[in-house]
Design a binder for this molecule. Structure first.
Ligand code: GRF
Length: 198
């Protein structure tokens, strides 16, 4: 059976698109069962529609904490994913969801974790901090999601050099290119391992 992936996103969805492309080109044997978007009118939704992938917009602000977790769990129960991928998802995943899918939720983060992770380190803030600290290297990390923000076990990383004239935007763009390789590659490894063991 083809493994199923659910994707959560909050933004343009270029990492989501990288997964769609990896499947379409035969580099990843998987099926995307659905996208959960944290808000309306984001690029990720357009990409889901174009690829005929079902999506649900679930806005945290519309729920109590308990209601939010329950709603996400109801959808995941319907979709039955083997793996949940946070691809630029800016909302904290409720503890109950993490406990229900232990070790089965992964995230991509645009730094070499454990550096520049946790509260406040999202978007261009990450890259600005790296530049402010005169770091010569940055990169991206795929890790398992645990209750501690950006602190779960690291699965894979890719490094990029920080250039002298880098701006947060130029560094982000160079790292994003690596993210688009790293994420599908790591998903492939996880699914190959899981499915060959079962
Ligand atoms: C990526 O840099 C990812 O690492 C971070 O959010 C960004 C999402 O970009 N978590 P996109 O929506 O996949 O284009």
């Amino acid at each position: 059976m083809t493994p199923k992936i659910a994707v959560f996103a909050s933004g343009s969805g270029s990492n989501f698109q990288a997964i769609i492309d990896a499947i379409a080109s035969g580099n990843l044997d998987a099926q995307i069962c659905g996208l959960i978007a944290s808000k309306n009118n984001i690029g990720a939704i357009d990409k889901a529609t174009k690829a005929s992938i079902p999506h649900e917009v679930i806005r945290k602000a519309d729920f109590s904490d308990e209601g939010f977790a329950g709603c996400l769990l109801d959808i995941l129960k319907k979709w039955q994913p083997d793996l949940v991928v946070l691809a630029g998802y800016l909302v904290k995943v409720p503890e109950l969801v993490i406990k229900t899918y232990p070790g089965k939720i992964i995230n991509i983060h645009p730094s070499l974790l454990p550096d520049y992770g946790g509260k406040g380190f999202y978007g261009l803030n990450v890259h600005q901090a790296v530049i402010n600290d005169n770091r010569t290297e940055s990169g991206c990390t795929v890790h398992i999601v645990t209750e501690q923000f950006d602190e779960g076990p690291i699965l894979a990383q890719r490094k990029v050099s920080v250039l002298e004239n880098d701006t947060p935007e130029s560094l982000a763009a160079r790292i994003l290119i690596e993210e688009h390789q790293l994420l599908p590659e790591t998903i492939r490894k996880i699914l190959t391992q899981r499915f060959s063991n079962s």
